[in-house]
Design a protein around this ligand. Sequence first.
Ligand code: SF4
Ligand code: ZN
Ligand code: ZN
Length: 338
Amino acid sequence: MTRTRKDLRCSVCGGNASYFSPALRRYFCDEHFVDIIVDRVRRSINKYKLADKLKHVVVGLSGGKDSVTLLSVLQRLANEFGFEILAVHINLGIGEYSKHSEQVCREIARKLNVPLLVLNLADLLGVTLPQMVKKLKRPACSICGTIKRYLFNVVGIEACATAVALGHNADDIAAYILKNFLLQDLSAIKKHGPATDPLDSLAVGRVRPLYEVLEDETRSYVKAAKLPFVETTCPFKPRRYFEATIKKALEFLEGEVKGLRLDFLRRIAKNLDVYPNPSEPLRSCSVCGLISSAEICAFCKLTLRVVGKPLGASVRQRVREALASLGLGWCKKSSKSS
Ligand code: SF4
Ligand code: ZN
Ligand code: ZN
């Protein structure tokens, strides 16, 4: 007899099940699906020793399913571990897509009662991402990546955060690592563990609390937790890219070897020391003072080419002012405890 969706029962309470966890290979109702994901992140925080790094944490919030899951789960664990959270959304100026994303992020932050800082590219730099793409004739995602990495680091440094948390899910991370292995870019593998260390006053550490949460599970989590999220795709997202092909290959392999993706990531986390550190020495950008592998950092170089002057230092000042108006007070707390 064929089982219909109605026959599926939650493996915890026996109620109607709506969600399947591919990691546990069991069905759950809304409430228990949320619980098992929160519990998986709790275990990762303990296993990978992330609790101290998450004390004063900046969460990058795009409004997509992964970052919404991350913010919601950390907020649920905030009292238990003593986390304080600041969500940061970057409005890239991509027409309706960016307007909608900002609106959704504001709604989520209100719903979860988390302070939100919105940084608008047009206000900060005087140009939007589409204008930069036109001028530089470079792929949008590479420009976007440079901007986001820089701005999250600036917020982390200026807010005296203990880390920036990124919403990368297990499928994303496994695909990045495998891609770098295939290309033999071994030092890039080290950057994709559950956490990367801070570098004095140059860079804040990064954490990936969704290291063991699969993409299908973040998709189900936002629905089970009844959270709004951005369902439309960024118009710049390429139709074909290497990571997406690797993800498909990993899904296929998972069909043959159950649990392959999470086992792979757990082994990588254990073996991270085997991989080399980046060979180029890191130093301080002569314009903005933040992390750089050359005389001036990638962001200052980018803005120099687009608007004729490097904007790192002025962006830091603007972020400092925006944070002061939020009255977060993390810098006072960290100077008291030091
Ligand atoms: Fe940025 Fe590319 Fe993602 Fe669009 S698809 S938000 S341009 S990284
Ligand atoms: Zn249940
Ligand atoms: Zn710089």
